[in-house]
Structures are given as structure tokens and as C-alpha cells.
Design a protein around this ligand. Structure first.
Ligand SMILES: Nc1ncnc2c1ncn2[C@@H]1O[C@H](COP(=O)(O)OP(=O)(O)OP(=O)(O)O)[C@@H](O)[C@H]1O
Ligand SMILES: [Mg+2]
Length: 315
């Protein structure tokens, strides 16, 4: 079932062609359910790769296998040629950072503090130095703060450094999560639905931010349901369907592939539709309209707070 279509698009401007990420034969089973089946995926340096697929296709599970949250049933994940351990903090230390589908910020910490937490894997100051607050610690602290502020300027949140994370509008919380991930100075950034719940202008700003991240030398693997965002951003797109990689190639190749269209829309009816088919289509359209109505308020107001405090070691 797995078919790989070669990309026909020129590589990204800064692409070095070297694999930053190499996931090989990754399979994840939960009891009788195979959420991810024998998936191979590479991300080269300088690349922005998209991972798309219908709900429940296994995209987040695949990310969890890449970042050491799950131990894959089969397969290996390498970062710059070294097989990664199955421990999320070691994966972060190696150079892979991520954001989560459900925002995970320290809600009661300030914007600046959230970014500082993301930096802890890159500071060398030990426990005693921190306890004694000696000159080495204070210097490291100053440097950390300067770099965190640089990141806040990069994402445009410098004026909100003292705001509590929970008081930020939803789109800014998503940005802050990206800044926190970038604070660990990753060579690869994994984004799980970075534009979910965003307005169209916030989505465009996020697209520009991801391009800027790439310009700074970080490769990106991004899961997203917003096809316009994916096809306007990515050098290469892989499609997961029911845990398997169905197609991979340039945005043009993927959006014109009948199998991808069928995976999202279902197989078209043969011949004239009968009453049952007409009823099915009407029901589907009704529920889609309802979904659109349900989503409308989210466009204007920040979504209800869903940040939650959790250990900083994962991301
Ligand atoms: N910890 C778990 N235990 C059991 N089943 C799981 C677990 N995590 C995910 N699954 C199942 O694996 C399948 C893939 O889920 P996953 O969240 O990876 O999909 P997804 O592609 O990210 O979907 P969405 O687009 O809705 O976020 C689903 O059937 C899900 O119920
Ligand atoms: Mg998901």
C-alpha cells in the first residue's frame, strides 16, 4: 500500500541534503490496534516537511515515537546519524524539540519564564552553582535571559514578557510554545497542529515564523489539517492514512493524487447516487455546517484556556 512519489520540486534554498531525522520502519501498536505501521520518513537539513492525514491516522502517535514519549513496537529513529534513546529529555538534549496538539505551557508562569524553562537543557550551570548563586550562575542567568528575550522578539512577544501565560490569547500561547521549543536550540522542530484554532492572519504569521525558523538553520516537521498552510509552506509532504504512509512528494504531487483525495473524502459513488447515498451526503454536509458554526466563535475570541502545567522535561 505504501508508495513513495519522488519530489519534483527544487530543494529548499538552504537545504544541505543531509538527513537530520531518519525514522525507519516505525510501528506502534496499542494492544490490537496498530496506530502506526512501518513508517519511514526523513527530514533533511534546511527542509520543511508536512505530515498530513485524516483524524486518527496516527500523526501524533508518530511524533510521540520520534520524541521518546512512546517506545515504538518496531523501528528506529535517528537524529543526525545517531539512534535516539527512548527518553524525551534525552531526545530534547540531542536536538529535537516539539510543540503539542493541546498546548502545554506553565500557565501561572510569565511568558519569559516559560521560555527560560525551555532553555534548561542547554545551560551548563550545575545544582550547587545555582544554590550558591555564585558569579558563574548569575552570568549564566543573564545570558539565558538575553537569549530568551531574543526569542521573544523573534516571535513578537517581547512586550508581553511579564504577562502570565494563561492570560495570553490563544494564538499567542501557540507562538509562545514554539518559542519555548526553540529555546532548547533544536536542529529539528516538530509542530503538532500549530495553527489549530487560529484566525487566518495568525495562521499566516505562523507560516512566516516557520519560514524564519528554517532560515535560522532548524529543519521543521509539521502536522496540520489546514491544507492551504501545508501546501504553501512545505518542501515535501507525507500522507498518513490508518497508520501507513500512503503518499509522499511535493505539495503539487500530493494534492493531485487521487488516493489522497479519496482518503479524505471517501471513494466516490459509482454511477447514479441512490436515495441512501443522497441521504448520506446530506447528513455529512449538515454535520460539517454544524462544525463550522461551532468553530466560528473561536475565530473572534481566544479559545477557552487549555494550558496546563506539566513537567518541563518533555519539550
Ligand atoms: N496511548 C494510546 N493508547 C491507545 N490508543 C491510542 C493511544 N494514542 C493514540 N491511540 C490511537 O491511535 C490512533 C491514532 O491516534 P493519533 O492521535 O496518533 O491520530 P492523529 O493522526 O494525531 O489524529 P488527529 O488528527 O485527530 O490529531 C487512534 O485510533 C487513537 O485512538
Ligand atoms: Mg493528532
Amino acid at each position: 500500500m505504501t508508495t513513495t512519489t519522488k519530489t519534483d520540486r527544487a530543494p529548499a534554498p538552504s537545504a544541505g541534503g543531509r538527513a537530520v531525522l531518519d525514522a525507519s520502519g516505525v510501528t506502534m501498536r496499542f494492544g490490537g490496534l496498530t496506530a502506526v505501521r512501518d513508517v519511514n520518513l526523513t527530514v533533511d537539513s534546511g527542509e520543511i516537511v508536512g505530515l498530513i492525514g485524516p483524524n486518527g491516522a496516527g500523526k501524533t502517535t508518530f511524533f510521540n515515537c520520534l520524541t521518546g514519549l512512546y517506545v515504538p513496537t518496531e523501528g528506529t529513529v535517528s537524529y543526525k546519524g545517531t539512534v535516539l534513546p527512548h527518553r524525551s529529555h534525552l531526545v530534547t538534549q540531542a536536538g529535537i524539540a516539539r510543540t503539542f496538539q493541546n498546548i502545554r505551557l506553565f500557565a501561572n508562569m510569565t511568558v519569559l519564564e516559560n521560555v527560560l524553562v525551555g532553555r534548561h537543557t542547554r545551560t551548563s550551570e550545575g545544582l550547587f552553582s545555582a544554590l550558591l548563586r555564585g558569579p558563574g550562575f548569575r552570568r549564566a542567568e543573564r545570558e539565558s535571559e538575553e537569549q530568551a528575550m531574543e526569542l521573544l522578539r523573534f516571535i513578537g512577544l517581547q512586550d508581553k514578557r511579564e504577562h502570565l501565560a494563561r492570560n495570553l490569547p490563544y494564538g499567542e500561547q501557540r507562538k509562545l510554545e514554539i518559542a519555548r521549543a526553540l529555546a532548547s536550540q533544536p536542529g529539528l522542530l516538530l509542530l503538532d497542529e500549530p495553527t489549530a484554532g487560529m484566525t487566518s492572519s495568525e495562521t499566516e504569521a505562523t507560516r512566516e515564523l516557520v519560514l524564519a525558523v528554517r532560515e535560522q538553520g532548524t529543519a521543521v516537521l509539521v502536522i496540520e489539517h489546514d491544507m492551504r498552510f501545508i501546501f504553501n509552506l512545505c518542501d515535501r509532504v507525507a500522507v498518513l492514512v490508518q497508520g501507513e504512509k500512503l503518499v509522499e512528494g511535493s505539495p503539487e504531487t500530493v494534492q493531485n493524487d487521487d488516493r489522497v483525495i479519496a482518503a479524505y473524502l471517501g471513494t466516490p459513488f459509482e454511477g447514479e447516487p441512490g436515495e441512501a447515498e443522497v441521504a448520506e451526503v446530506q447528513a455529512a454536509e449538515g454535520s460539517r455546517e454544524q462544525e463550522a458554526q461551532d468553530q466560528e466563535p473561536r475565530e473572534q475570541e481566544p479559545r477557552e484556556q487549555d494550558s496546563r502545567e506539566q513537567e518541563g522535561g518533555e519539550g
